[in-house]
Design a protein around this ligand. Sequence first.
Ligand code: DC
Length: 225
Amino acid sequence: MNASNLTRPNMVVAVDGPSGSGKSSISKESANRLGFNFLDTGAMYRSVTWFCVTENLDDEDLIIERINNKDFKLYISTDPLKDQVKVNDEDVSKIIREDEITSRVSHFAAMPKIRQFLVSKQRELVQASNSGIIVEGRDIGSVVLPEADFKIFITANDDVRAKRRAIQIDSNENDVLVAQRKRDLLDSSRKVSPLVIPDGAVILDNSDLDFEQSVEKFIEIVSAE
Ligand code: DC
């Protein structure tokens, strides 16, 4: 059975969840199998963070002034098979995943004006999508796309998430767990758009599921009438 036959055209799926829950890879693979577009909004916050770090900017008003004009041109691919992000034509796809950006992104992602700027870009990208789209982040079902056709909150317990991330980045599991708890706390306690389980979301807890089972579960959820 082809799952894409069961989904509506131009369906919008909002995916939220904590770091290390596998939400990005599960959403991306599900989008690929469904023939949908995919938007990684975390990469957008990382790109702004990279720009601020590179340009040595920390004042919110100054940042917004710079990113609102031609100084800052953000391109992000919505093709699930093409993981590409560019700032001012420079390919930043890899550098935005490095530790320095990872450790600083929560700080910039807590700035309301940066969020406002990126939320409107995210809505534009969804509007422009020529097919169904899966949008993944922390505030998608609650703030960016409260009218989404489906909302999925992907999570797994702390230890499982830390273990997966430690393997991924070849690091010590305990160090990862400490950093992860700090980031979770920042993301869920910030004043603007904290990470919450949005109203109406289906929870996909994949603590005991492997990747394939998680993708199957995801597709089952969005294929429901
Ligand atoms: O998913 P990620 O680790 O690439 O996200 C990077 C950071 O951006 C993380 O600190 C959470 C934040 N973020 C956010 O605040 N809102 C989103 N919609 C997506 C990510």
